[in-house]
Design a protein around this ligand. Structure first.
Ligand code: NAD
Length: 428
């Protein structure tokens, strides 16, 4: 439980949404910015522009339903906007603002030439048929058409959106433009200008950054016990890569519940079972556990790869892992951050740990623009190099400044954004 008594109550999860969490993170970083750039920090505390759209679609039964959609460009100082599109019933403007801001910082941490953006539609896609989902995607794309484009703002997948959704976005945008524009979106199917390696890229970045942390902490990946929350795009790929490297994935949790096996789960068998049944519960060789036991699991590495606000004051103190890798965006509240720091847990922050996805999205965009495609070996080698270099820069800065990795990553990313802003100057 929370054993840190000096944490102010306004930092607790019930007071903070994702946008407030981001603002607290900026507050913590500001004193560490260079004297030259610190006065520019208010730029980071508001999005450049935010678009709210009505997305009306005809349902299969003939009725018309309205959904609310968003596209937020938080900052474009370093290049076109870049960030995924989320379909979820809980999506709000404030959440999309936070996700776009984290994209600004993340893109700067791995030094890809993009600003930060994000989009979302407040919808439960599980309640829509495929034709309804296609109509929703095409209408949403048409509504945000004024903001997106290969050299303006480039969406990608996020929670509940996938290659098929990206293909519809690319097609709709292209129809409106009167020409095929492959570079308007990343995470596309390979046959439509997608990149090899994109599907596993975020999980691969999670794995590579965890390996880098483990090496510096004197830990072995082989034989290490790993728990992973989220078994979607990011969580499943991470689980597979850890298992391939000889780690034991001992616990998994997703929207259906949590399972464990202290001897190690068979990740491929669990994936096949999950695919067939839609649930983790009942997977071969796995015991069902409750959420409380999941967070208390005796593990060396914990990967959070589901949603925001999962690690809070109520469970942070139970975490036994030495490394917490944030595959998800914003999984840890500022209050939980202080508890983890006090307990000596090394947190690899989202803006570094899950940057593998946007890095390969950048490769996809470069390949589309140049109409020249790379091999998977080239892509993985370039991704590994960028992740290792970004990890080393953040780790070294954290050691030098005596701060946690989240602060070090934010200082690195924010200073790059603010320097670009300073060099461009204030218009007019
Ligand atoms: P996904 O939709 O493929 O998977 C999400 C997973 O989280 C599912 O297994 C779902 O069951 C689980 N989940 C949802 N709510 C949960 C809850 N309350 N408790 C436990 N599990 C829950 O999404 P994804 O693409 O894997 O994204 C996961 C996270 O990673 C998100 O925060 C996303 O923003 C972030 N991210 C994704 C990418 C990417 O390339 N897909 C890149 C960077 C960051």
């Amino acid at each position: 439980m929370n054993n840190v008594s000096h944490i102010p109550s306004y930092l607790s999860a019930e007071h903070l949404g994702p946008w407030e969490t981001y603002l607290v993170q900026i507050d913590r970083v500001e004193p560490h910015l260079s004297a030259e750039l610190r006065p520019l920090a208010p730029l980071l505390t508001r999005p450049k522009r935010a678009l709210i759209v009505d997305v009306p679609i005809r349902l299969d039964n003939g009725e018309v339903a309205h959904f609310e959609g968003y596209r937020v460009q938080h900052n474009l100082s370093r290049g076109p906007g870049k960030g995924g599109i989320r379909y979820h019933p809980d999506v709000t403007l404030a959440e999309v603002m936070a996700l776009s801001a984290w994209m600004t910082v993340k893109n700067a941490v791995v030094n890809v030439p993009f600003g930060g953006a994000k989009g979302g539609v407040r919808v439960d896609p599980k309640l829509l048929s495929m034709p309804e989902l296609e109509r929703l995607t095409r209408r949403y794309t048409s509504e945000i058409n004024i903001l997106i484009g290969q050299d303006k703002d480039i969406p990608a997948p996020d929670i509940n959106t996938n290659e098929q959704v990206m293909a519809w976005i690319m097609d709709t945008f292209s129809m409106n433009e009167g020409k095929t524009s492959m570079g308007v979106v990343t995470g596309k199917p390979i046959s439509l200008g997608g990149s090899l390696g994109r599907k596993d890229a975020t999980g691969r970045g999670v794995f590579v950054s965890t390996v880098e942390a483990a090496r510096r902490l004197g830990m072995q990946i082989e034989g290490a016990k790993v728990a992973i929350q989220g078994f979607g795009n990011v969580g499943e790929a991470s689980a597979r890569l850890f298992a391939n490297a000889g780690a034991k994935v001992v616990a998994l949790q997703d929207g259906s519940g949590a399972i464990a096996n202290p001897a190690g789960l068979d990740v491929r068998a669990v994936k096949a079972f999950r695919h067939q049944s839609g649930s983790l519960i009942g997977a071969p060789g796995a015991e069902t556990i409750d959420a409380d036991r999941f967070w208390r699991c005796d593990v060396d590495i914990l990967v959070a790869a589901a949603m925001e606000n999962q690690i809070t004051a109520s469970n942070a103190g139970s975490i036994k892992a030495r490394i917490l890798t944030e595959g998800a965006n914003g999984p840890t509240t500022p209050e939980a951050d202080l508890i983890l720091q006090e307990n000596g847990v090394t947190v690899i922050p989202d803006v570094l740990a899950n940057a593998g996805g946007v890095t390969v999205s950048y490769f996809e965009w470069v390949q589309d623009i140049s109409a020249f495609f790379w091999t998977e070996e080239e892509i993985n080698a370039r991704l590994d190099r960028i992740m290792r270099e970004a990890f080393a820069a953040v780790w070294d800065a954290a050691q030098a400044k005596g701060v946690v990795m989240r602060t070090a990553a934010f200082v690195l990313g924010c200073e790059r954004v603010l320097m670009a802003h300073k060099l461009r100057g204030l218009y007019p």
